[in-house]
Design a protein around this ligand. Structure first.
Ligand SMILES: Cc1cc2nc3c(=O)[nH]c(=O)nc-3n(C[C@H](O)[C@H](O)[C@H](O)COP(=O)(O)OP(=O)(O)OC[C@H]3O[C@@H](n4cnc5c(N)ncnc54)[C@H](O)[C@@H]3O)c2cc1C
Length: 391
């Protein structure tokens, strides 16, 4: 088999890249280890930045997103039993976020690629990448037990944090910047209407909580738990009562409760691999970096990376120039590190640390108090939350 761009992974990064390349008449083949059903049902992120929404809409894969996505103009920060609304729309000059589940983005992209005759090979096993340090890159894999090889001009490693692409680059080329937080998020998906029209971030002495949603009927709720927590020690009743305690408010507030559809614990991590390219292999999205979910940046960063990669590949195929390809990593990393900073800041401001002294607790409340009372500070939060400009 031969194509121009061999893409490993059909997450947001791989599928958006394949879609953008197709619009510029550049061929690609996407190799995905999981089944179509699996990736279309995998529950992950749900907050799309303004730029991500605009890109999906402008490139023709945003019709359902426009119809079904929930546009939010603000978020609430809640601490000391009081809620403070951050008006994202007004503070960012008219931008917003859209709540639309990642698996819905995936469904739209898979459908668009297949309708356009694009190739996504699902359940591609034992994927390995070769020859990217020379002129003839290729990807070997097994389909239905048969060994196959895909020859290509470039390889895009869009295979997430646990994929094979990043670890195929010689170890002495990559510098890892890694920070693991001493807590994780216990997340539930509940058949209950959202308790608020906007996301609520709660800072509480018992730990962080986030009240989010996926649809007008389904809530997505999280509580901070220790890293090594056993999910079995969290029956549904205990989760609901902890959510009640951490969201307590002097004023009107009623937590909508319903059957728990799904429950999991995920660790929080900040990670960057530098550089994001080696020879003809380019890493994008979670394959190159991880952010703690507090800033809602993971999916959006994946889209931002492949937007840059698509532009660089278009320049190469149209003019033979490699200028943008050579600068791919450097260009992406500027945005990546700003998203890292913002996600780390939100995480450390809103979570409880076991090592906190009384001083740390007072400083954290003072920071939130300052933030919610200063237009300048709220503007900074708003412009990061809705997404920094592309360039
Ligand atoms: C469990 C989990 C929960 C998350 N929850 C949130 C959240 O609540 N909010 C938020 O903002 N962000 C969240 N994120 C982050 C966000 O979902 C990711 O940043 C986003 O999915 C990144 O997209 P990606 O395309 O780079 O990687 P991925 O979505 O991980 O896609 C990579 C793809 O590559 C495939 N793959 C992996 N290895 C191979 C291989 N060897 N061969 C072929 N294919 C392979 C995978 O099956 C996958 O389909 C979560 C991430 C995870 C892992």
């Amino acid at each position: 088999m031969r194509t121009q761009i061999g893409i490993v992974g059909a997450g947001p990064a791989g599928l958006v890249l394949s879609h953008l390349l197709h619009l510029q008449k550049i061929e690609s083949v996407v190799l995905e280890v999981r089944s179509r059903k699996y990736i279309e049902e995998r529950i992950r992120a749900g907050v799309l930045e303004q730029g991500t929404v605009d890109l999906l809409v402008e490139t023709g894969v945003g019709a359902r997103l426009k119809r079904e996505g929930l546009v939010h103009h603000g978020i609430e920060l809640r601490f000391n039993r009081r809620g403070h609304r951050i008006d994202l729309h007004e503070l960012s000059g008219g931008k917003a976020i859209t709540v639309y589940a990642q698996q819905e983005v995936i469904k739209d992209l898979v459908a668009a690629r297949l309708d356009a005759g694009g190739q996504i090979i699902f359940e591609a096993n034992d994927v390995t990448v070769h020859g990217f340090d020379g002129p003839k890159p290729s990807i070997r894999f097994r389909r239905n037990g048969q060994a196959e090889e895909l020859h290509c001009d470039f390889i895009a490693g869009c295979d997430g944090f646990h994929g094979v692409c990043r670890t195929s680059i010689p170890a002495n080329v990559i510098t890892d910047y890694d920070h693991v937080y001493p807590f994780g998020w216990l997340g539930i998906l509940a058949q209950a209407p959202p308790s608020s029209n906007e996301l609520i971030y709660c800072q509480h002495e018992r730990g962080f909580a986030l009240f989010s949603m996926r649809t007008p009927e389904v809530s997505r709720l999280y509580i901070q738990v220790p890293n090594d927590e056993d999910i079995k020690s969290w029956p549904d009743d205990r989760i609901w009562s902890e959510l009640q305690l951490r969201s307590a408010l002097d004023g009107n507030w009623k937590l909508a409760i319903g059957p728990v559809l799904q429950k999991n614990i995920a660790g929080l991590r900040s990670y960057v691999a530098e550089p994001m390219q080696y020879g003809k292999l380019f890493l994008a999205g979670d394959a190159a970096h991880i952010v703690p979910a507090t800033g809602a940046k993971g999916l959006n960063l994946a889209v931002a990376d492949v937007r840059i990669l698509a532009q660089a590949l278009v320049e190469f195929y149209k003019s033979g120039k490699t200028r943008l390809l050579e600068r791919y990593s450097e260009t992406c990393l500027r945005r990546v590190w700003k998203a890292q900073r913002f996600s780390w800041w939100m995480t450390t401001m809103l979570h409880k640390f076991d090592t906190d002294s009384a001083f740390d607790q007072h400083r954290r409340i003072a920071e939130l108090d300052y933030l919610t009372g200063s237009r300048a500070a709220m503007t900074s939060l708003a412009e990061n939350y809705v997404g920094l400009p592309w360039d």
